[in-house]
Ligand binder design. Structure first.
Ligand code: NAD
Ligand code: IPM
Ligand code: MN
Length: 372
């Protein structure tokens, strides 16, 4: 079969091969990434493409040994030569200032201009939500929505501005952080949220800011109103971020697309993860819409130092992150198949301890691979 493909390469039958740079990172990062890779290989093979993995060493250990975070040559390579970057997590108690993560993770988001941090929140099995079914349905535990809760929304987190730019200064005893909101930056993330809503048949986009306390957030209000007017048929609603946090717990089913700034998106995405089983299940993609290649794919979770080295971290967030990567590489069927396999693993009760099971990282990955 392989020979046939080689011989007929000129006919366009050659198996598509993607170059994926891997930054396993710190703590549980390498554990979940190494567990996810064979699962992604299997899904790719089943759907007629292959992944050429290239592991890169940049992490806290490397930084402590060499003083190097992300060298320029490596940045150039990641920008020019690969189809996607698959990253575990960065963060290590031995680097309390998080300098290496700032250069590697935030550095890649900023320098590659990956202005969308796409964070889906989807309930993959009804028993994963900590929300009580009767509360969610007005005291009717047997209603159909109680049995089949439909938490399914995405967060469009602005990824290149806000307080994350680290601008500011220290003046005596004043530690001043500046939050940057540009017309271009705010407009493009809002537009990306509406475009996605339109393409996916979603009826509502919710923008969240804190314009009642932060005068600069007027730009979010004005831009949202202007852009929303161009998307007929999609309801545009606003929530201050404090109220949104409350409402997400009270009635997550009513949300479809949430668009917000960098910091609020960071916080709301951990809250969102908690609604559907926790960080062990939450994927994310850093994207520049319209750009075919590129993209940085990472679970929402961090390096979870307390879990590291025990082989019990949940690999499903990393595997689901692989599905987002497949989608972006132009293989939605492989993405859906991977998501189906994850759901079957959850249904079969093969789970790590964060979601109430006793399985190891490896066993969960293995079970998911078998469902492919
Ligand atoms: P964390 O996400 O590492 O952990 C928060 C909680 O979730 C912990 O209880 C942890 O055990 C649990 N958890 C996370 N992932 C899990 C998984 N796959 N399976 C089971 N349980 C899981 O957040 P933190 O403790 O605030 O941060 C630890 C370090 O990670 C810090 O240095 C932080 O800066 C960094 N961090 C990095 C990233 C990233 O690289 N994308 C994201 C978040 C945090
Ligand atoms: C995330 C993380 C990062 C962020 C940290 C590690 C800088 O929490 O990816 O959600 O705040 O963006
Ligand atoms: Mn975060």
């Amino acid at each position: 079969m392989a020979l046939l493909r080689e011989l007929r390469a000129g006919d366009g039958l050659r198996v598509k091969r993607y170059k994926i740079a891997v930054i396993p990172g710190d703590g549980i990062g390498p554990e979940v990434i190494e567990a996810a890779m064979p699962v992604l290989d299997r899904a790719a093979a089943k759907h007629g493409f292959t992944l050429a993995w290239e592991r890169l060493p940049y992490c806290a250990d490397h930084y402590l040994k060499t003083g190097e975070t992300l060298p320029d040559a490596a940045f150039g390579h990641l920008r020019d030569d690969v189809d996607a970057i698959f990253l575990g997590a960065l963060g290590d108690p031995r680097v309390p200032g998080n300098e290496h993560a700032r250069d590697i993770l935030l550095g890649l988001r900023f320098r590659l201009d990956l202005y969308v941090n796409f964070r889906p929140v989807q309930l993959l099995h009804p028993d994963l939500t900590p929300l009580r079914a009767d509360r969610r349905t007005g005291g009717q535990p047997d209603s159909p929505t109680a049995r089949r809760p439909q938490i399914d929304f995405v967060i469009f987190r602005e990824n290149t501005e806000g307080v994350y730019l680290g601008r500011g200064r220290i003046e005596g005893d004043q530690y001043i952080a500046e939050e940057v909101n540009t017309a271009k930056g705010v407009e493009r993330i809002i537009r990306a949220a509406f475009d996605w809503a339109k393409a996916h048949g979603k009826a509502r986009v919710t923008m969240s800011d804190k314009a009642n306390a932060v005068p600069a957030h007027r730009i979010w209000q004005e831009t949202f109103r202007r852009v929303a007017a161009q998307y007929v048929g999609i309801e545009a609603e606003h929530r201050y971020v404090d109220a949104l946090a409350m409402e997400l717990v009270r009635e997550p089913e009513r949300f479809a697309v949430i668009v917000t700034n960098n910091l609020y998106g960071d916080i709301l995405s951990d809250l969102g993860a908690a609604l559907v089983g926790g960080l062990g299940l939450a994927p994310s993609a850093n994207l520049h819409p319209g750009r075919s290649g590129g993209g940085l794919f990472e679970p929402v979770h961090g390096s979870a130092p307390a879990l590291a080295g025990k082989g019990i971290a949940n690999p499903l967030a990393a595997i689901l992150t692989g599905a987002l990567m497949f989608e972006q590489l132009g293989h939605p069927d492989a993405a859906r198949d991977l998501e189906r396999a994850v759901k079957e693993t959850l249904r079969a009760g093969v789970r790590t301890s964060d979601i109430g099971g006793a399985a190891t990282t490896e066993q969960v990955a293995q079970a998911t691979q078998e469902h492919l």
